[in-house]
Design a protein around this ligand. Structure first.
Ligand code: UD1
Length: 447
């Protein structure tokens, strides 16, 4: 594409202002800008504009999901262990977001999260996979979704650290795509003279990108029948939870949603509800306040289950889900705009797809309700709720509970410590070794 072709394309949908700084650009910057203009998809832009014109559709026929919720059993656990030992499960780790609320520049996975060793989220998850693989006596596969903004840094980080013990063949990366921001006036805009403002396109298309990158085929060849789906910003997320996997297998469903009890009406979590007899998730940004705070006769929140975007999916459904045309959602977010003054609070429309929009297409979605303190401590904000501080507390709480469970002892006092991940995926040998033992004085305890 050359300048006049670019101008013609932009004029066709009224966005020629994107060439405003053309004359001042170096040759390589001009090439960069042209590349972005080539990639602009006019039908998508029209979809974005139409979405802005629409009012949020009122939600109809929303009901609680009580009859589709179950809690895990020891049978689920044993069955899950067997399925893992047969190497029939892989894990998709979603790590493409920007961490805007944390004021981060690099990948969110690089946040040092553990209290003593200061392991990053990426290291933590890689070590969980190593430990789960050791217990299963199989190299369980992990696929990480990055975005164009953090892909290189993520891959380099794993390379530099020898994948934290994962084999190369066990680990795959795939990248999501970007979508342009739209200004409040309804136009595309530049964040710098040669760069059109855009952001990652949400986690909804992750399964499509996973399939397009041929990882689905690779896993299927290895005999993988199920995959789990976790978000990088929840350090309590378990890539290979036997209870979830066993429960999913037993229910013979397409998707099992691992969820937790909601604790307050205004928590920023998606709500799991039923609509026309289908289990769906409605994001907190789109749920009417009345539904969020609705209570039952006992005064408990009527919609009791919160989404963590933590699923177990059957691989055959993943193949189908990759083809689903997902709706766009939009939200006003901070965005850099070259033509607006720095000091002015600059917000623009960001567009995303959401992973849970695949649920209405699945057969018999089930919800598995688990204990919040062992499953959910998201890192979202720089301070307050869901911040570094609250996550550290949750990790400490989990370590105490896990150590007590394995050893059968009780920890007293406020000793601050961290457990190696092998404690969370205990082998019979580890259980035997630690039975009845009290907590060592060191602050990092290896299995
Ligand atoms: C998400 C869930 C919400 C849930 C909450 C729990 C979705 C759509 N929403 O909301 O229902 O209750 O987590 O903590 O899943 N990400 C990408 N690429 C993107 C955007 C996000 O990889 O383009 C990743 C982020 O790195 C993060 C995760 O997806 O790990 C969630 O993204 P975020 O935008 O923080 O979602 P929440 O609004 O917190």
């Amino acid at each position: 594409m050359n300048y006049s072709e670019a101008l013609e394309k932009l004029q066709s949908f009224g966005q020629q202002h994107l060439l405003h700084y053309w004359e001042s650009l170096s040759e390589s910057e001009q090439q960069q800008l042209l590349k972005q203009i080539v990639a602009l998809d006019i039908p998508t832009f029209n979809l974005q504009k139409n979405l802005l014109k629409q009012q949020l559709k009122p939600l109809k026929n929303i009901k609680p999901i009580q009859d589709t919720v179950s809690e895990g059993t020891t049978d689920d656990y044993e069955l899950g262990l067997q399925i893992l030992a047969d190497a029939r499960v892989g894990c998709i780790l979603i790590a493409g977001g920007q961490g805007t609320r944390l004021n981060l520049k690099g990948p969110k996975g690089l946040v040092e999260i553990t209290p003593i060793r200061k392991k990053t989220l990426f290291q933590l998850f890689a070590e969980k996979v190593v430990a789960a693989s050791k217990r299963a006596k199989a190299h369980l596969p992990l696929a990480i979704m990055t975005s164009p903004l953090n892909h290189e840094e993520t891959v380099d980080f794993f390379k530099k650290n020898k994948n934290f013990g994962l084999l190369d063949e066990q680990l795959d990366f795939f990248t999501q795509e970007m979508l342009p921001f739209v200004s409040k006036e309804g136009n595309l805009f530049l964040e710098s003279p040669s760069k059109i403002a855009q952001g990652p396109d949400g986690n909804g298309m992750s399964l499509r990108y996973f399939v397009n990158h041929k990882i689905w085929e690779k896993w299927k060849r290895k005999g993988v029948d199920y995959c789990t789906y976790i978000l990088v910003d929840n350090p309590l997320a378990d890539p290979f939870d036997p209870v979830l996997i066993g429960n999913h297998h037993r229910s013979q469903t397409d998707v099992t949603v691992k969820c937790i009890e909601r604790i307050k009406a205004d928590e920023k979590v998606g709500l799991i509800v039923k609509q026309d007899d289908k289990v769906i998730v409605v994001e907190y940004t789109e749920m009417p306040e009345a539904e969020k705070s609705a209570v039952d006769k006992k005064g408990k929140l009527l919609h009791r289950c919160a989404n963590m975007s933590n699923f177990c999916l059957s691989m055959d459904f993943v193949w189908e889900a990759a083809k689903i045309p997902l709706p766009l959602h939009c939200n006003l977010k901070a965005a850099k705009n070259i033509d607006k003054e720095e000091k002015e609070e600059n917000k623009a429309w960001k567009f995303e797809t959401f992973i849970f929009d695949i649920l209405p297409y699945a057969m018999h979605v089930r919800a598995l309700l688990v204990k919040r303190e062992m499953a959910f401590a998201p890192l979202k904000n720089a301070s307050g709720d869901d911040s570094f501080e609250s996550v550290q507390k949750a990790l400490q709480h989990q370590a105490i509970a896990q150590f007590e469970k394995i050893t059968g002892t009780t920890i007293s006092g406020d000793h601050f410590f961290e457990l190696g991940q092998e404690f969370y995926y205990p082998t019979p040998e580890l259980k035997q070794k630690w039975k009845g033992k009290s907590l060592p004085a060191s602050d990092y305890v290896e299995g």
